[in-house]
Design a protein around this ligand. Sequence first.
Ligand code: SF4
Length: 438
Amino acid sequence: MQVTRTSPVVQLDGRAFRRSLNKTGRYVRKPMDDAESLALMEEHGVGYSSTGLVARMRANGNLWQEGVKLAKAYGYCWGVERAVQMAYEARKQYPNSKLHVTNEIIHNPAVNQRLKEMEVNIIEDVGKGKDFSGIKGEDVVILPAFGASWQEMKMLSDKGVQIVDTTCPWVAKVWSAVDNQARKQHTSIIHGKYSHEETIATASFATTYLIVRDIPETQYVVDYILNGGDREEFLAKFSNAMSEGFDPDRDLLRIGLANQTTMLRDETLTIGKMLEKTMMQKYGPAELKDHYMVLDTICDATQERQDAVTELVQKQSDPAERVDFMLVVGGFNSSNTSHLQEIPEMAGVPSFWVNSAACVDVEHNKITHKLAHGELVETQPWLRDGPITVGVTSGASTPDRAVEEVLDKLFRIKDPSFSGIAQLSMEAALTPPSRPEH
Ligand code: SF4
């Protein structure tokens, strides 16, 4: 069956546009692997830790004595480390140029602060949109790990600036998926958060799109596809999450799935199955390929971190394996960190999400932490007396140093004589002779 759709939106050839940037001679999208920049990152505490506490734990089977268990996969993902490295390399390569980033380079306050100290101007939307007026043609502009919309890229290219594009290749793979969907006149159903920078960038490369946040929203869409519904209600519900001129009666005939790379993988897979089943039910197996497109664009790094937390909290009935609580370190605006917080919460294991060591008050044994649904709360007293076992993880945009600084404070609450992470005698405080149930 031939399906036609007349969309009011002008089609963008995203791939051709990105290729055109390459030809300008003012566009870089690969790191140089400069050893000095990597060393400086570690010195600044925004790179890989080769000698600190986290490095020691790695060398000791991810354990600090018995009392602290580091998740098997945690912290910086490949794409984030690469982005910070490219920013450091750009600073070194253009020492006399003004440097800007079109957003936070990654969602970590310490890393962004370091860049500010290196005179990198971070252009943030503080409620009135971003102000690019200060960027001049001779400047260097860095695009963050989660990318930038094509409109921003075009505006920067038209200004004649040098662009350093740190967009993670996994994110670019999603853009290719929505390019394909647009070319085949399919609407991109994007599993993501409509205000997240990565999803904003991905949506910009789609001709027609609808953003669904979760399974209930997908169910609403599925019901509409199968049974029709209240069009005005649909438009109001997704008013911030759809392309201009979106019409649910016209634009849901052919669809494809895309995702924000930091969403829960299982949720993305479930949403994909729901959409596929719906189109199969509506059009039959023979017509399915004309109505539904899917490409595997799920990032392994996000999944590995989620699996590692699941592993840490799933054996609570085994005294040898249980943890008293999870400590989750990562930026409060980091989507992937929020999912790491969600997993223990859903498993009934206490979980404390902090964005830096400043959240821990050693003197008063108090912690300020964020819950998965966004509320910032204080817990006091935080650590009980006696031996405890702590599971530790960190978001994909969190440098090792941030974890080390939080653990340092935890150790000092347990042992006021603790004099820093170089001290190796925490055994008494943190090693339980036998683990009490609690
Ligand atoms: S989480 Fe995955 S997609 Fe996102 S920056 Fe890291 S490696 Fe890339």
